[in-house]
Design a protein around this ligand. Sequence first.
Ligand code: PMM
Length: 271
Amino acid sequence: MGIVNVTPDSFSDGGRYTDVDAAVEHGMALRRAGADIVDIGGESTRPGAERVDAATETTRVVPVITALAAAGVPISIDTTRATVAAAALEAGATVINDVSGGLADPAMAGVARDAGCPWVLMHWRGHSRDMNKLAVYHDVVAEVRAELLERVDDAVGAGVDPRQIILDPGLGFAKNAEHNWQLTRRLDVFVDLGFPVLFAASRKTYLGRLLADAEGRPRPVDEREAATLATSVLAVAAGAWGVRVHDVRSTADALAVWRASGSPRLKTREN
Ligand code: PMM
């Protein structure tokens, strides 16, 4: 899954693709580079981000989706709002990527049910402005698993077919670096739930911190690609269905090497 953020303020590509033509060209380039799906978002979810209104979000994404869908590019809509998801599906998107797992907007389940499309339920505890305060866990793997299963129950209770559901542990969303590493280490717990799992570590802050220089300055966002590739290979080897990344070409190359090597799926269980 390749990322196009049509936003002025996303942490990695914010401001680069606010112009429709630039966003469409970037989506086309990601598809040529091997993306199976291009994920279009019109609202930044970086920690601390302020919200935009639904009309602004819709206006940002719909023209980009219309053009890419007309060119045959499979599109997911990265939104927590039912109205934006519905407009995006109408414009040609075929997957809903909801970082709130249906929690932010109770109407989302109905949109997903009626469309019958894949719906990514990501683990989430609150909007970006407040989410760092919510990064408190006794056992992050068990709690994220349990909270994701509640999201699944709500979705199925609203009439969504379980076969529509994709799960995502939500790295960086109400999680600190150690939480992200624990979730990475135990991705098998999520794979074992039997739903496709999406893993989205691309260029995130915890990778920047891991690669900090001698003065403790985090590695800049656009110099985290090799670390991102390592996370993608680990995730796919652990059974992930997909990885959501900014640089599709390098990810496709790394996964081609993994496949050609015939490496078995990793067992990430500790025992
Ligand atoms: N992260 C971001 C945005 N959308 N969607 C899913 N399913 N999982 C994620 O972890 C996720 C997401 C924030 O990162 P970005 O600014 O690179 O889009």
